[in-house]
Structures are given as C-alpha cells and as structure tokens.
Design a binder for this molecule. Structure first.
Ligand SMILES: [Zn+2]
Ligand SMILES: [Zn+2]
Length: 641
C-alpha cells in the first residue's frame, strides 16, 4: 500500500504539520480521509502520496475515505495558511468543510433562493464586445490572466460576466461569480439561472448545513458548473476552473475578519494563477490596488443615458439638517408626482451622542471608548459591544436637565420624514431594522414593488441592489466617514457617494443631492463630478509617497488585554525584534468591550517576511501573554486600521 502525508483537521495552532498514513491505492492528493490521531478520530486531507514512511515509525492506515476535493484546492489552502499566517488545518477546513448527513431530496438551494432574471439581450455594446473578446482570448491562451472590468453603474458589467461564463462553459470549464454580500446573492442568482437554468449552484455562509452539502455535491458531481456566492464560494470544489468574476470588487466585505483572515479577491487571483484561469474584477469605483495592477477593460458610461447630475448642498449655508430646503423640495416633488428616493445616512439610531450643555460631558460606554447612541426606544446603546442603558433625563454628572442630542441617525431621519411627509411610505434599511436576512429581503421586495416610497438607511442602501424608477438619491451627511482614522477613509467615502449616485436615474431622469459641511473635500467634489479617474490618480500619488498599498503591503498586529499598559509594552518588545520592515507604532486604539488595545502596522514588500517572524515571536511569548490575559491578532493586508 502507498503512503500519504495527511493534515489532520485540528484547530490547535501547535499541530501545523502533516503526518504519514498508509492509504488504499486509489487515494490521491485532495482525498478527505478519517484517521486516528492520538486517541481521537479526525478528518484529514491528503496533501501528497507516495512518500516512504519515516524510519522506525509505525505507520497507521487511514480508517476511511470520506470524499475528495480538487487537488488544486489543497495547494490553494496551503498557500493561504502561509500567506495569512494561519495554520494548514484551518485553511484546509475552508476547502474541505465538514459534510453533514444527507437529507431527503428537495429542490436545489439555488432554485429556492433565486429572484427573477431577465432574458438575453440581442447585441452587446461595442465596449462590452471588446471586453468579452479580451476575456475569451485569455481563456483560450491557457494560462492565468487578470482583468479589471471598469464601467459606471448601468454600463453592462453583468452582461459581460454572463457572456464570459457562457464562453467558459462552452469550453467545458467551470466558473465562479462572487458578490460581496449574502443579501446580493438572490438577485445575482436569478440572473444566472435565467440564462443557465439548473446548472447554477449557490454557496455562502447563510445556507443550512444540508443545503451547503447538496450544493457542494452538485458541484463536485459536475451537475452545476457555475457557482454564484459570497466570499466563501471562492473555494467551490469545481474541477477545471476557467473563470472567476469578482463583482463590486471595491467592497471591503471580501475580507474575512476572523482566522484565517483571507481576502477573497487575493485568493481568487491565486486560484486563477494555480489553475490557469481568468479572473475578472468588476466595479464602477475600483480600488486603487486594482487600477494600478490589472489590465483595464473599460465599458465607459451608462448604456441607457448619461449619469445623473449631482448637486452639492453646503450645510454651512443651508439650515434644516438633516433635511435641508433643497432636499425637502425634491422630496415634495416626489410626494406630489410619485417616484422613489434613496436616502443614505451612515449612522444608526436617533442621535449619535447625548451631550450635557451645562458641564460638557458626553455619555460614554463603560466598556468601550465611544459615545453611546440614543435609540428610538429611549435606550442609549453602544454600537461596539451592544451594552444598553436607559437614557437619563438629567445629566448623571451635574444634574442639569439641559441634555442636547447631537447629530442625526437613521431613526431620527425616519421620524422627520414621517412628520413632514406623512403620506410617503418609508422603508428603513439598517442593522436595527433588518436584523435578519428575511427582513432585508422583505424590505427590498417592498421597495421594488411600490411606485412611491423613500428607502432610507446606512451604507446598505448603496450596495449593488438594482431598483427601477429611482428618481432621487441623496446623501444626508457625506462627512460621516471622512473623520475615520484610516488611510482608506477618503476612498470609502468616494466609493459610497459614487455608488449611491449610480442608484438614481437608471431608467428615468434622476437627480442626486449630496449634503456636506466640506463641499471642497476631494472625495466629495470628485464624486459629485463622477470623476473616478482623477480620484484614483490622486489616491495613487498619495499612497506612493506614503508607502501604502498597492506600493507596499501592510501587516497589522493587534494586542488586547485587561490592563491599560500591557498591550503597548508587548508590542514595543515585538517591534524591537522585527527587522527588515518599516514599522509604525505601537499606537493605542479605542478600548473595546472592556479591553485595552494597541496596534503595530508594518509596511513591507513581502508580508510573509513580517507575518512569519511576528507569528513565531508571539507564539514564543504566548505563555507569558496568556498569564497577563493578552490576546494577539496578525492581519495581513488589513482592510481597516
Ligand atoms: Zn452635566
Ligand atoms: Zn461598548
């Protein structure tokens, strides 16, 4: 019998190497097996076959063969573990997840979760045709290729994905289409099923275990050659992958914020490289990283007509916040004549802070260093740890009844709208209003069906949903994101404003309003002109000077603990032992859930050369850190700082 090197799927960091087992003849790389490990039974993944057993070691046989995954996915997982500083077992768990028991026959999850889709349009536009030609040439060249598909909202990116998938399937190869959020899968799924029928599978973390098993089985059996899904679908067990499309590639949701902290966009690029596939990244507001690195396929403006004009309202001159006179005027027009509006206010609750006018103290969370947010039910809530308390009538510090509600949140905006336009239907979309996915789906369906309504909410309203008949898109407070201490704050603001502006007037003349206290700020002024190219050019120039991505990689090390000084000290010691990288910090961060935090940020050409040593140094210090109650996280290519 041959021998195989097998990674047992254990979460413990200490076991990070393969073990040798005897396997049946038919077992190859990618087989999922059951092995004895210590005194327990474990699943394991075969990484290689045919090695001689180590001398003098008694080698056990695997107990059972449970299934297999395409061998290329084993290479992908081992690369991922190394690049993101995770363990092989945790990364292999992503490509070979646990298989729950089979359930009774049902229609496929893809069938049940899909919304409707449109038919195939006759001809492609000129730019669509040229983009497709380049992608097909990439497919036929038989080696990996990476493209940025850049075009305004409504320029026809989805049709290019659909045709590229058609061409891929016609060549007998498989395709994956990623969308940034689970909430966006029903719409995407509907479109692909309208074109490809039951040959489409869906994968995301919102499926039940049984649904996920059925979908994975349909993919593995070759019954579904096209997979639509969120982040985790990048690991779909498709053999002979030809194409990966990453829609809305600028969206930070592609990054997983728990170990393994992978970025599905980077993993897609690696998978394409390993399997000789074509990766297509689409966006109306691409990341500077993609702009600088990828061959650009440009779709240009909207097919249906020009982008809507944007009017910037200077809140330093216009009173009435959150509803300025020009915004009220637009809403009145809607109230009289019908049509739909989308209002973005990227802050939940009634008021983001309760502030005493007498002594100047703002009510803060006892566990986190942030102001408590006043909610409609009369509670003050912490948006970081969830802790709630009843809002006081008088200041707990000085007893004054003069408490001011500073700023506005989505709940306050909803109340104002109700007061001024009682006849206009309001649909609120934020984490409080749509705590469950069904509620979100209901809200979106309602907005789709009515002929006059206001959809108001946080950044959820600006994500890739497509609605007909949106006559007005307005940003109530464009300044909320700009004050964030993150080098991507301007990029995020620009993307959010431009994406929201793109929701208006897709099928009818539309108007866009941006309310701001900083009308001259670069992301606001350029978003108002839909000027993506100038924004990205400026952003790249700034990042080149500062050594930020795409010019260098970032590695972030975060330490948290119960005492104020310990995280800073632990990181200062780590910094002194890290060489070969420019290291910023350590700097203290906001206290969160009662834990003091600090971070180091390294800028480097080679993230592995920082993350590897940092991981080993932290592992060596781990007994002392555990005693002090300290936890550490290494984040390669972090998406927020
Ligand atoms: Zn007071
Ligand atoms: Zn808190």
């Amino acid at each position: 019998m041959p021998y195989a090197s097998v990674y047992p799927l254990l979460t413990a960091r200490a076991v990070a190497r393969p073990f040798t087992y005897e396997v049946p003849d038919e077992v190859g790389k990618g087989a999922v097996v059951q092995v004895r490990f210590g005194s327990a039974r474990r699943r394991g993944v075969v990484a290689a076959v045919g090695e001689a057993p180590p001398d003098g070691v008694r080698v056990a046989a695997v107990e059972k063969v449970l299934g297999d995954v395409p061998p290329a996915l084993v290479d992908l997982a081992l690369w991922l573990a190394d690049y993101y500083g995770s363990t092989p077992a945790r990364a292999l768990e992503l490509v070979a997840p646990h298989r729950p028991a089979r359930r009774k026959e049902q229609t496929s999850a893809a069938g049940r979760h899909a919304l409707g889709g449109e038919g195939r349009p006759g001809a492609l536009s000129g730019p669509q045709g040229s983009a497709l030609e380049r992608i097909v040439a990439g497919l036929d060249a038989g080696k990996a290729a990476h493209f940025l598909l850049y075009g305004a909202t409504g320029s026809g990116k989805t049709e290019v994905y659909l045709r590229a998938c058609e061409e891929t399937l016609a060549r007998g190869r498989g395709a994956i289409v990623l969308v940034p959020e689970i909430a966006l899968t029903p719409q995407a799924l509907g479109r692909f099923r309208a074109r490809f029928g039951d040959g489409v599978a869906v994968l995301h973390s919102g499926l039940t275990d049984a649904e996920r098993r059925d979908e994975r089985d349909r993919i593995a059996a070759g019954d579904a050659r096209l997979v639509v899904g969120a982040r985790s679908a990048v690991f779909a067990p498709l053999a002979d992958l030809g194409l990966i499309c990453v829609d809305e590639e600028h969206d930070a949701s592609y990054k997983q914020e728990s170990d393994p902290r992978y970025d599905a966009r980077t993993v897609a690029a690696k998978r394409a490289a390993l399997e000789g596939a074509v990766a297509v990244y689409g966006s109306a507001t691409p990341r500077p990283e993609s702009w600088a690195r990828l061959e650009r396929l440009e779709l240009g403006g909207r097919i249906a007509g020009p982008l809507p004009p944007v009017r910037v309202i200077d809140l330093r001159r216009e009173g009435g916040y959150p509803l300025s006179a020009p915004l009220l005027e637009e809403l009145e027009r809607l109230d009289r004549g019908g049509g739909k509006a989308i209002l973005l206010l990227n802050r939940r609750g009634v008021a983001p802070a309760l502030h005493c006018r007498a002594c100047g103290v703002t009510r803060r969370c006892g566990n986190c260093d942030v102001a408590l947010v006043l909610h409609g039910d009369g509670a003050l809530r912490c948006h970081h740890c969830g802790q709630a308390e009843a809002a006081p009538r008088t200041c707990p510090e000085c007893g004054s009844p003069d408490l001011a509600r500073l700023g506005a949140g989505t709940q306050r905006l909803e109340r104002e709208l109700e007061r001024v336009f009682p006849g206009l239907e309001r649909i609120r979309l934020d984490a409080d209003a749509v705590a469950k996915p069904e509620l979100l789906a209901d809200a979106l369906r309602r907005f789709e069906q009515v002929d006059r309504a206001v959809l108001l909410g946080t950044q959820m309203v600006a994500k890739g949903h497509h609605f007909a008949g949106v006559a007005l898109a307005a940003v109530v407070d464009a300044d909320t994101g700009l004050a964030m201490p993150d080098f991507r704050a301007e990029e995020r603001t620009f993307q959010l404003l431009t994406q929201l502006a793109g929701r208006s007037g897709r099928d009818a003349p539309g108007r866009v309003l941006i309310q701001t206290f900083q009308p001259d700020a670069r992301p606001i002024a350029l978003a108002a002109r839909h000027d993506v190219e100038q924004f990205v050019a400026g952003e790249l120039e700034r990042r080149r000077e500062l050594g930020y991505p795409p010019f260098r990689h970032l590695v972030r090390v975060l330490v948290a603990g119960p005492e104020p000084d310990a995280p800073m000290q632990a990181l200062a010691e780590l910094r002194d032992r890290l060489d070969g990288a420019e290291v910023l910090g350590p700097a203290p961060l906001l206290r969160l859930r009662g834990r003091y935090r600090a971070q180091l940020v390294a800028k480097t050409e080679s993230p592995r050369r920082v993350a590897g040593p940092a991981g080993r140094l932290l592992a060596a210090a781990s007994p002392a850190m555990r005693k002090a109650g300290l936890t550490a996280v290494i984040d390669v290519d972090p998406q927020s700082l």
